[in-house]
Design a binder for this molecule. Sequence first.
Ligand SMILES: Nc1ncnc2c1ncn2[C@@H]1O[C@H](COP(=O)(O)OP(=O)(O)OP(=O)(O)O)[C@@H](O)[C@H]1O
Ligand SMILES: [Mg+2]
Length: 444
Amino acid sequence: MKTIRIRKFTMLSLFFIFLMPWIFLVVAHFVETKTFRFEMTDSQQNNLDETIQLIEANSENWTDPAWQNQLNHHLQKMNMGVSIFSEANKVIYQTSAKQGFKETEEFSVIQDGNVIGRVAIYQSNSRVIPMIAAFTGLIIAFLIIGLAMKRLIINPLEQLSLGARKLSKEDFNVKLPSSRITEIAEVRNGFQVMVAELKESFQKQVELEDERRFLIAAVAHDLRTPLFALRGYLDGLEQGIAQSPEKMAKYVAVCKEKSAQLDRLVEDLFTLTKAETFEKKLNKKMVDLSQVLKQSIHTLRPLAQQKNIHIVESAFEHNCIISGDPYLLERAINNLLDNAVRHTPGSGEIVVQCYKDVDQAIFTVRDTGKGFSAEELRRAFEPLYRGEVSRSRSTGGAGLGLAISKRIIRQHGGDLTAGNHPDGGALLKGWIPLAKTSQLLEGI
Ligand SMILES: Nc1ncnc2c1ncn2[C@@H]1O[C@H](COP(=O)(O)OP(=O)(O)OP(=O)(O)O)[C@@H](O)[C@H]1O
Ligand SMILES: [Mg+2]
């Protein structure tokens, strides 16, 4: 839509306010005088002369009704009025009074040296009606400008203020009318963008709030389960239910296992919160991602060996240099390998890859377990989500591993995705941007 600046609008309004009275004045004058000239025209002067001559030449007929009738016709044609008085100042003849007529000529008629009468001629006063018309034009101009201002300026501003009040009550259903005034249209567009962004951030906040509430409920639940078990066994010990030393040892072992479970849960929650809170405070240095993977495999190998699982390093490219925090990265990859070991049946295989692609360091962890179900694929990265199998296991984790890994990888500017390999088994794929030359020189 074409818009005009407020300065231009004001200038046009002023011009219009000056122009309208003039148009009305000129039109009224023209309607009245049939001419655009404001001073007496030659034909008007001629008419006047003709009338004076007619009256002077017929002084003996002044009282004759036939002549008066003829004069009346003449005067109507000329748009004039006349009063004829006798020498004793008595009215002999007078046209009916007309509004807006003014006396333009008055003279005495003399015959043989004697004053026989006095004549006054009235012509239309071409000022009054045009002035009234001009004033009307001025009022109409003010009305039109007022209406235009209301529609173009006041209404949109009122809508903006209404919108702002609605926003303060978290009502984002704000519809603003467009304006042909550039400045107001700009404010309106800015306001519209602000409403859209506020709406988005409000929705995000609601979602975050939901997630936080869910997390707290889930954490409370997960802390309560081992705590209940712990209390039960400790009560049992206190009440002397475990009489034999073997039974006592079993009770203590369960208590230790439960406290270890609690310890792990709290530790994982702490890592997750830390990953969220200190997002920008990574302890970054130049790291070879293949070395991190190797270190992680080294840590998990004993666990894999217990189940006779092979961890194979395939397509391992060295010098996948990235800028990152080696401790956090190792934690991220440990979680993936830990899952792979847990979900791979005995004598299975875990294949780990690491390679470069354009400006990314890519790694994959594939196992020979049963892979992710559709529901798990959708929710695996949700904090505290556990698949059915993991949930039913008494020693199952808290469902934080993948959430932590994804957050750590994202903190490094990359991402982590979960899927299934076409030949079966879960396939986790992650990427992190390779260090830039400038970073390599600076060593971070
Ligand atoms: N390699 C895998 N194969 C099949 N399913 C998996 C695999 N890795 C993860 N999952 C599924 O994804 C869910 C979430 O994994 P995640 O690592 O976040 O939690 P967890 O392993 O259950 O607990 P935690 O890692 O906190 O000890 C798991 O419960 C499991 O159902
Ligand atoms: Mg896990």
